[in-house]
Design a protein around this ligand. Structure first.
Ligand code: NDP
Length: 240
């Protein structure tokens, strides 16, 4: 079975690991990023890489049109993974730093999900997985913008789980803890040590450990799971 899979932000980090997991399973995979590049790790697979800034509705529409045409119809598994941080404490946080993070992480996800669900609804099947964060549930000093955007994804997903359930479309959220990627590479060694001290498993996740959960949510085995928030956080957020 080869399904049409789209991973936003699939060129690096967690998104790349997710794209790789679906490609290895034999699915037709498309990735988007602002550069549109095919990363080295995906070069041996027939992956379609499309340039798309998710803050721009016209680019989202054009990218989805290209992917649907190349894959011959509706996207069957959509992984909305693209996201950014712009960390600082509240009193130093500009309105631009707040709205730009919301515009990418939350409204950007809305743009992609809305456009993909058009054909998905007609096909009466589909899987949507949104990449949130443990921080969206627990909060984090210096990340009010990011946490708000990631918490917003939960309400968004649960509303869609109700709205799209009758069309046989599941909508779930994966909430990773700290994962070794470019996004966390900017943290100081001191901050990293503090974080790891709070993680029962005592380490960061590898991107592939998030990808395996996303792949499961996209599989037949997960057909009855919708509106769920699945932590992949080494126990960091236990108790939500
Ligand atoms: P990276 O910074 O490594 O990658 C971010 C990805 O998002 C890139 O592919 C980037 O594409 C894409 N992206 C960002 N802005 C846009 C945009 N405007 N339009 C299109 N694509 C965009 O991050 P991670 O792999 O670490 O994170 C992936 C997701 O996982 C994010 O949503 C993040 O919030 C979440 N997450 C990460 C955690 C971590 O510890 N790393 C923990 C919990 C959640 P481009 O190359 O074009 O910039």
């Amino acid at each position: 079975m080869s399904r049409s899979v789209l991973v936003t932000g699939g060129n690096r980090g967690i998104g790349l690991a997710i794209a790789l997991a679906f490609a290895e399973a034999g699915d037709k995979v498309a990735i988007t990023s602002r550069s549109g590049e095919v990363p080295e790790a995906l070069a041996k697979y027939d992956v379609l890489a499309v340039r798309c800034d998710i803050t721009d509705s016209a680019q989202v529409d054009a990218a989805l049109t290209e992917i649907e045409a190349a894959h011959g119809g509706a996207i069957e598994v959509l992984v909305a993974n693209a996201g950014i941080t712009s960390d600082t404490l509240l009193l130093r946080m500009s309105e631009e730093a707040f709205t730009s993070v919301l515009d990418t992480n939350l409204t950007g996800t809305f743009r992609v999900v809305k456009r993909a669900s058009k054909l998905m609804m007609r096909a009466r099947k589909g899987r949507i997985v949104l990449i949130s964060s443990v921080v969206g549930l627990s909060g984090s000093p210096g990340q009010a913008n990011y946490a708000a955007s990631k918490a917003g994804l939960v309400g968004f997903a649960r509303s869609l789980a109700r709205e799209l359930g009758p069309r046989n479309i599941t909508v779930n959220v994966v909430a990773p803890g700290f994962v070794d990627t470019d996004m966390t590479a900017v943290l100081t060694d001191e901050r990293r040590a503090e974080i790891v001290a709070g993680v029962p498993l005592g380490r960061y996740a590898a991107p592939a450990e998030v990808a395996s959960t996303v792949r499961f949510l996209g599989s037949d085995e997960a057909a009855y799971i919708t509106g769920a928030v699945i932590p992949v956080d080494g126990g960091l957020g236990m108790g939500h």
